[in-house]
Write a protein that binds this ligand. Structure first.
Ligand code: NAD
Length: 697
């Protein structure tokens, strides 16, 4: 099918880009434009050409489905298409509406004239994928809009509505109403007025104060975007529009683009872009799977998690009942929610009237009789199987047929929970992260009998409440916490061998994590891990745990909530203050083990912790608990503060090279401390490393 249908209106040809959903400039469309241009140029009856887009966009830019395929760079490239248009012997008018982004805007900039509907979103968003506009955008945009505006748009990637460009050379006219008719009229007028074939490349950038402004931009970018090279390169490429000729500038832009595409940061950002989209694709649950309507919800438990989960529903306009066993617990839960909303309103994050509106959507109750009609119920009671059993047996009794029964358990067996009901197909795990009203991750646990429609509905609901849903199979800890356990074990070994909590945290945070392991443990509560370890000591006597963490707990140092953990905390403050008590505890512990402390580098700290995640991630992938490596990465980026510019543990391992990862692990094993089995590469990791492959292909 021709993706750029050609039509004629008297002496004006119209080429309409038609590649849903957003007229992405894939190979088929690029070829279609060239064919349309050839036809128009060869026809003596045609005096001008209008280029526009069908449906919801002029063009959204590159076709993301083509990314990482040979088609992306196959000729005619976008640069070739733009050169053909710019060099045409008949005027080409871009008729821009709705969206002109990235390559779409660059294409319009190659035209002789541009007209636009008001309200069109205009952007060069390439920086968000760690690259820069690679088809002339950095050279042409500063020639048609104020230099500072062009630089801001290119460095930030933000969209600007078309009417804001009034008075600039980007648009020759803003057309209200019939855009195509207006563009054809404009074309005839331009011919009648003898306006010729103006090319953006021939314009000069008019900004005498460029250098001081560029210096200011370089400084700003260096602090705001310190982990990313693309914004810096954007500044340099835009600078070239002032300091170089157009052709030199284009060559420089291309060189910058090629350098950026290969950076780990760009790989990471593209990985996130695709990984987030891939997460909702479940191989045996097609997009056509019917979903259950969700108009109302219930939450069991008004504690830390229950309250936050109820807020998610209320924020999305979904009425929610919140059930507790005792009135005081209910009152406390509601008070916390109200405080949260009031503080958001004070900070201007929500409107003052939203506080009452959202509170009004949350109905407290002590009675199961009142929740039976909810479309979904999320259980968030104590992490204790007998308590969960009682709740699920009750839910099975009272909930209407077809209601989804979800558990927020972080470690318990969702299949066992489902078996407490006579409707295991309706049971699913929805593992929210704390604070549940803030954290974007929702780990969705698919039980053995979970219905496909229940899974599809939950994934859709995740989007509705602003979460990224990632599916996990059933196992202890699911994807995220199963991996973090190995990371925490390794962190504790580092203390035994010579590091201090603050050294470990500092190294990890410098590398880009939101929080190091010990500050994180103090925040989450050290008793949570202690409780899990006590269970492990019985279930997995073969698995060695460093005992230093237990000793911290034995002192009652559960973290921020008790005013002390690996650090000490002053009342009402969250600053982690190093504590000599902990230094002494660690020193005594080493003496007991007969260990002489050694100096441990930051590099060793980072790689022992991250490769601990990677090795367990490989097992999770091989067991099919995670569907794809990118799902693991999305969980770590959205739920565990893993640095986004590194793309998640699995992509980081791929970028290091799995052979190198395995080799490094051998070195860690040779250190001879702790559980030496720890560093036996997972079979999948060993196999992929031997084959020279990566987790992500
Ligand atoms: P919490 O102790 O803060 O709250 C639990 C609430 O449940 C309490 O208010 C309690 O009164 C109520 N409750 C207990 N039994 C009940 C029953 N039979 N019926 C109704 N209400 C009952 O605990 P939490 O931290 O909110 O954890 C709840 C669940 O969420 C647990 O399964 C936990 O593993 C999981 N989870 C917690 C976190 C976290 O960081 N806190 C993160 C993810 C998942």
């Amino acid at each position: 099918m021709n993706q750029a249908p050609y039509s004629v209106q008297g002496d004006v040809a119209v080429i309409t880009m038609s590649s849903p959903p957003v007229n992405g400039l894939g190979l088929g469309l690029r070829r279609g434009i060239v064919e349309g241009m050839n036809q128009a140029l060869a026809d003596p009856a045609i005096r001008a050409i209008v280029l526009t887009g069908a449906g919801k966009a002029f063009s959204g830019g590159a076709d993301i489905r083509e990314f990482n395929t040979p088609q992306a760079s196959a000729e005619p490239s976008l640069g070739t298409v733009i050169d053909l248009i710019e060099g045409a012997t008949k005027p080409v008018i871009a008729a821009v509406h709705s969206v002109a982004m990235g390559g779409g805007l660059e294409l319009a900039l190659g035209c002789h004239f541009r007209v636009a509907s008001p309200g069109a979103q205009i952007a060069l968003p390439e920086v968000k994928l760690g690259v820069l506009p690679g088809a002339g955008g950095t050279q042409r945009l500063p020639r048609v809009v104020p230099f500072t505006m062009a630089l801001n748009m290119i460095v930030s990637g933000q969209a600007v509505p078309s009417e804001k460009f009034k008075g600039t050379r980007l648009f020759d006219a803003i057309i209200e109403g019939d855009l195509l008719g207006g563009a054809v009229t404009f074309a005839r007028q331009a011919l009648a007025e003898g306006r010729g074939l103006p090319r953006v490349r021939d314009l000069k950038v008019d900004f005498p104060m460029a250098e001081p402004f560029l210096q200011f931009a370089r400084n700003t970018v260096a602090t705001v975007a310190r982990n990313y090279p693309a914004p810096r390169k954007c500044v340099e490429a835009v600078a070239a529009s002032v300091t170089m000729s157009f052709d030199e500038g284009i060559r420089f832009e291309h060189q910058c683009f090629m350098e950026l595409v290969e950076t780990p940061e760009s790989k990471a950002l593209r990985h996130v872009f695709f990984g987030e989209r891939a997460a909702s694709k479940i191989p045996d649950v097609p997009d056509s799977t019917p979903v259950r309507p969700i108009a109302s919800a219930a939450v069991i438990g008004a504690g830390t998690m229950g309250g936050g989960i109820a807020m998610n529903f209320a924020n999305a306009g979904i009425a929610v009942k919140m059930l507790e066993v005792r009135q005081d617990a209910l009152d406390r839960g509601l008070a916390v929610i109200r405080r949260n909303y009031e503080s958001s309103a004070k900070k201007g994050r929500i409107k003052p009237e939203d506080v009452e509106r959202r509170m009004g959507l949350i109905t407290p109750t002590l009675s199961y009789d009142e929740i039976g009609s909810a479309d979904i119920v999320v259980e968030a009671v104590f992490e204790d199987m007998p308590v969960k059993e009682a709740v699920f047996r009750k839910l099975d009794e009272v909930m209407k047929p077809g209601a989804i029964l979800a558990s927020n358990t972080s470690t318990l067996d969702v299949n066992q929970i489902a078996a407490f009901t006579r409707r295991p197909q309706d049971v699913i795990g929805t593992h929210f992260f704390s604070p549940a009203n803030v954290m974007r991750l929702l780990e969705i646990v698919r039980g053995e009998h979970t219905g496909k429609d229940v899974l599809a509905t939950t994934l859709q609901l995740a989007r509705r409440i602003g979460k990224l849903g990632v599916v996990s199979g059933v196992c202890d800890g699911f994807i995220g916490n199963r991996m973090i356990e190995q990371y925490s074990r390794q962190a504790a070994y580092l203390l035994e061998e010579g590091a201090s909590p603050q050294q470990v945290d500092r190294a990890v945070e410098k590398w880009g994590f939101a929080m190091g392991p010990f500050r994180m443990a103090d925040l989450a509560g050290n008793d949570v891990g202690w409780y899990i370890r006590k269970r492990r000591y019985l279930e997995r006597p073969d698995m060695l745990y460093p005992k230093v963490a237990d000793k911290v707990c034995e002192l009652g140092r559960f973290g921020q909530k008790t005013g002390a953990g690996y650090y000490r905390y002053e009342a009402g403050k969250r600053d982690a203050i190093p504590d000599p008590v902990i230094d002494q505890l660690i020193t005594d512990h080493r003496a007991e083990l007969g260990i002489t402390a050694r100096r441990i580098t930051d590099d060793e700290i980072i790689h022992r912790l991250v490769f601990a995640l990677v090795n367990e991630g490989a097992r999770i992938l091989e067991e099919g608990i995670a569907l794809r490596a990118s799902d693991i990465d999305m969980i770590y980026l959205t739920g565990y503060g893993f640095p986004v510019h590194r793309g998640g543990p699995m992509l980081y391992a791929d970028i290091c090279g799995l052979y190198n990862v395995v080799n490094r692990m051998k070195g860690f094993a040779a250190l001879g401390h702790g559980d030496t089995d720890f560093w036996t590469p997972a079979p999948l990791l060993a196999r992929l490393a031997a084959e020279g492959k990566g987790f992500n292909g």
